[in-house]
Ligand binder design. Structure first.
Ligand SMILES: *Cc1c(COP(=O)(O)O)cnc(C)c1O
Length: 376
């Protein structure tokens, strides 16, 4: 049950990652390039290892947020195309060329700067141009004619993709996604009319893929959470996801001590919990410094020997106390599952997020570097 004496660790199934990737590929079909998103250390799953798995499973592209993330993958020997989605600093421009990274470009000024660098270096850097079609974050707000003129002025760099990102993919009925698609298509039509259609057009992440919003697939999709086995629920439609994926990660922690406490005993910081009767409390070697949310104090639960055990008292920096009264045979060195499945019971990142008042993405990315990653 215990992977080898760690205080807290996550077990990541390589097979699940590969299967989830294949499930996306099968759903979208061969005409749509799948770009798994491995930003933020692959949503806490470990970017290098996950990228290796995806590359062997046939991924031709990966996407990261920053240049440093791309450089780390190159340094680990990853040879797929790498899309850098979340912009770059002036000091990082050289690295785009040196490490053969493909930037999303977010302004027409950056476009001309990169083009000048490509000319000087005689290196025809490919880039994807990102439109702000209504997300109000990164991406150019320039109109179709202005964008066309800027692209026609490009000499050395290579215009390979046109992309955008949805603000409200999970909110069916808001109309925002439809308006974003229209704005995208207005620019695309202008470029096509001038003979400048790019090789790739993309806008969809997990939700438009999973819920089969085909008009948002174009010929490239950028799933992140689906690769790790998650599909967020949506609002405003009765559609069910067509995609079948399974969580790839289980998170565990070891019991340091199990102790009997008398009725009336206060547990942990602030005395947030008072034992209503004599109880057995298990002290787990995990806390908010590991990314186990402090907001789970007195509200979370873990799985111990196939049964739920509630978190009692405050989650502290390095320790968490759970009620194991009535769960037989638990001792120091045994482990609890914080996230995952044991027999009939399970806890996923969405449950933790709901209890902690956050989102599943933040739970997964929040699992800190101190938590050992174990690959199965
Ligand atoms: C993170 C991200 C994605 C992946 O989103 P998921 O919801 O995890 O599938 C896709 N595109 C961009 C631009 C992103 O930042």
């Amino acid at each position: 049950m215990n992977a080898g004496g760690y205080r807290s660790w996550v077990e990541i199934s390589r097979r699940r990652i590969a299967e989830n990737f294949r499930a996306v590929r099968e759903l979208v079909g061969p005409g749509v390039e799948v770009v798994p998103v491995v930003k933020a250390d692959a949503y806490g799953h470990g970017a290098v290892e996950v990228s290796r798995v995806l590359e062997s499973a046939g991924a031709r592209w990966l996407a990261v947020s920053g240049v440093e993330e791309g450089v780390a993958l190159r340094s680990a020997g990853i040879r797929t195309r790498i899309l850098v989605m979340a912009d770059f600093l002036e000091s990082e421009r050289e690295a785009l060329f040196e490490f053969n990274l493909t930037p999303a470009i977010h302004s027409l000024e950056d476009l001309s700067t990169l083009d000048r660098m490509a000319a000087e270096r005689r290196q025809p850097l490919a880039f994807h141009l990102k439109l702000d079609t209504g997300m109000g974050r990164l991406g150019t707000l320039a109109g179709p004619e202005e964008i066309l003129a800027a692209l026609q002025a490009v000499r050395a760099a290579r215009f390979e993709g046109l992309m955008t990102h949805f603000a409200s993919a999970a909110l069916y009925g808001s109309g925002q996604t439809e308006r974003q698609i229209e704005a995208f298509d207005r620019v695309l039509a202008t470029l096509e009319a001038a003979g400048l259609a790019p090789r790739y057009q993309h806008m969809g992440s997990t939700i438009p893929v999973a819920y089969a919003r085909r008009e948002a697939w174009r010929n490239m999709v950028r799933p992140g959470q689906a690769i790790y086995g998650y599909i967020s629920p949506v609002r405003g439609t009765t559609r069910k996801p067509l995609l079948r994926v399974e969580p790839a990660m289980q998170w565990k922690a070891s019991f340091l001590e199990i102790k009997e406490v008398p009725e009336g005993m206060l547990i942990g910081y602030g005395g947030m919990f008072r034992a209503p009767r004599s109880m057995r409390i298990g002290i787990l070697a995990v806390g908010y410094a590991d990314g186990y949310p402090h907001r789970l104090s007195n509200r979370g639960r873990v799985i111990v020997k196939g049964r739920y055990a509630p978190v009692v008292g405050a989650v502290s920096m390095d320790l968490t106390t759970v009620d194991v009264t009535g769960i037989e045979g638990v001792g120091p060195g045994d482990c609890a599952t914080l996230l995952g499945v044991e027999g009939q019971v399970s806890i996923d990142a969405q449950e933790i997020a709901r209890l902690a008042g956050t989102i599943s993405y933040a739970v997964l990315c929040g699992i800190s570097a101190r938590v050992r990653r174990v690959y199965l």
